[in-house]
Write a protein that binds this ligand. Structure first.
Ligand code: SF4
Length: 128
């Protein structure tokens, strides 16, 4: 991740507030060197990576940007999608499908239905 950020002209450390000495944020650019996301936390990468099996870091970064834009928590949302994937509602590991779920307003509304539908289905899966 550090090598990718550096090669694309991003910042591997960054303070999201003036004067921050910890600088745990970063600036993550896309393949063309354009800003994609920042504050790309390990929880997001774990939740969408290890838990949802999405291997492409750019897909996870795009998802992070979308979640920041909407204002939803990237841990809870990633885990919710993991449950939907476990229930067979969405395919494991497909980051592009994940991003498409949030790409438009209507898709976001549809996503809510998909995820609400996943709850009873996953309950049956986990209780079986
Ligand atoms: S989240 Fe990280 S970079 Fe932002 S103010 Fe806090 S310590 Fe600094």
């Amino acid at each position: 991740m550090h090598a990718t950020i550096t090669a694309r002209g991003g910042q591997p450390t960054h303070g999201c507030h003036p004067g921050c000495q910890i600088q745990c944020s970063q600036i993550y650019n896309d393949k063309d060197g354009k800003y994609l996301t920042s504050g790309f936390e390990y929880e997001t990468i774990w939740g969408l990576g290890a838990d949802c099996c999405i291997e492409d870091l750019d897909d996870i970064a795009e998802a992070d940007h979308i979640m920041d834009d909407i204002g939803v928590d990237s841990i809870e949302t990633a885990v919710m999608f993991g449950v939907a994937m476990e229930a067979g509602v969405l395919p494991f590991g497909d980051g592009k499908v994940w991003c498409a779920c949030y790409a438009t307003k209507s898709a976001r509304a549809h996503r809510s239905v998909v995820c609400l539908a996943a709850v009873p289905v996953s309950s049956v899966v986990f209780m079986a």
